[in-house]
Design a protein around this ligand. Structure first.
Ligand code: GLN
Length: 365
């Protein structure tokens, strides 16, 4: 069956359908990850986005049990050059195509994904619609141009109720703006007593849980939409609760302390983004998925110090609070998918908790 990608600028890509037959719209973004398609597709930060994989063959090890970052994929659609119909891996349980059908996610294959990627790099991310016919293309283009920006995706992917992953170590409250399970795995691996709470939980309710630290998770959309998160963080900072912000969590920490964010032209998505640690001068290869970034210029209005910077485009990748126990990074230390170079960030967080507890600075402690 034929399938098309119609972009807001009028471009039409002709390809073939796989996965769900449904039509769908979203912001078209590309990822350069060569492996880890299951983690990418189930990362809630891709909510309402159509993901184009630049790697030419996707799906060759199938879909397995262990690579889920969330159980319900939030992506609007998948674009690949070629997908493997007959995957082969000892953990593989089904093909990409049958999984997309089961999860009702439309797929498009057989288009020149390099051409699409070059277009996005030149023009910036574009809105698009995956359709089964081009009869109404003009109307689709008109609608894409008329559509309002998609907002408040965090509310779609965050948990509705709190849940507990009991353990014997530090109590870490994870604010779920669209959390990847990799972050929970890294905390549990370090014996943390994890409580995951909805995105709009108040600081008072979080403090009532007597956390040793708070992790602000990743999540979809524009950080400026997440108003309740920003005020909650300001209260946590007042109470000297140790905070680690990851990706959206990093952007929210910045907004909460007076810095600003902006939308990048086409974002950073992939497993090979070099980041420089400005304290040690070391460069790590990192896993990334973001379309917004904290503006360096705005840091002078905040009490944050720049700690990490992207090697490719110099954008802000890490921040530290001057006086409060809080730091954040724009990339993904849990990887999933991607290199493990930054995994010790979780140990840095636990060390910060240890020091803060020793100093007895937390208000409620
Ligand atoms: N992975 C994330 O947390 C992404 C953060 C934010 N939605 C962005 O696109 O920049």
């Amino acid at each position: 069956m034929k399938r098309y990608l119609i972009l807001e600028d009028g471009t039409i890509f002709n390809g073939l359908a796989f996965g769900s037959q449904r039509e769908s719209s979203g912001e078209v973004v590309f990822t350069t990850s060569m492996t880890g398609y299951q983690e990418v597709m189930t990362d809630p930060s891709y909510c309402d986005q159509i993901i184009c994989f630049t790697y030419p063959l996707v799906g060759n090890y199938g879909i397995n049990r262990s690579d889920y970052e969330s159980i319900r994929p939030a992506t609007s659609g998948i674009i690949v050059n070629e997908h493997a119909e007959f995957p082969n891996h000892h953990e593989g349980m089904q093909s990409l195509s049958s999984w997309l059908t089961a999860k009702d996610i439309p797929g498009l294959y057989g288009i020149d994904t390099r051409k699409l990627t070059r277009k996005i790099r030149q023009h910036g991310t574009l809105k698009g619609r995956m359709t089964n016919s081009i009869e109404n293309a003009e109307e689709v283009i008109k609608n894409l141009n008329a559509e309002e920006r998609i907002t408040n995706q965090v509310t779609k992917v965050s948990t509705k109720t709190p849940y507990h992953l009991p353990n014997s170590g530090y109590r870490v409250v994870v604010v779920d703006f669209g959390v990847k399970s990799g972050m929970l795995r890294e905390l549990s691996r370090r014996l943390c007593d994890v409580i995951v709470v909805p995105h709009n939980t108040s600081a008072a309710d979080i403090i009532r849980l007597q956390p040793d630290g708070v992790l602000l998770s990743n999540g979809p959309g524009d950080p400026k939409d997440v108003h309740s998160g920003i005020t909650m963080i300001q209260e946590l900072l007042k109470n000297n609760i140790p905070i680690l912000g990851i990706c959206l969590g990093h952007q929210l920490l910045a907004l909460a302390t007076g810095a600003d964010t902006e939308k990048l032209k086409f974002g950073h998505r992939g497993s090979n983004h070099p980041v420089k640690d400005l304290e040690t001068g070391k460069i790590a290869l990192t896993s990334q998925n973001h379309g917004y970034a904290v503006t360096e210029e705005s840091l002078k209005n905040s009490e944050l110090v720049l700690t990490h910077q992207a090697v490719n485009d110099g954008t802000v990748e890490g921040l530290k609070h001057k006086v409060k126990p809080a730091f954040s990074i724009q990339y993904h230390p849990e990887a999933s998918p991607g290199p493990q170079d930054s995994n010790p960030i979780f140990d840095d967080f636990l060390n910060m908790i240890k020091t803060t507890k020793k100093e007895g600075l937390m208000q409620y402690a």
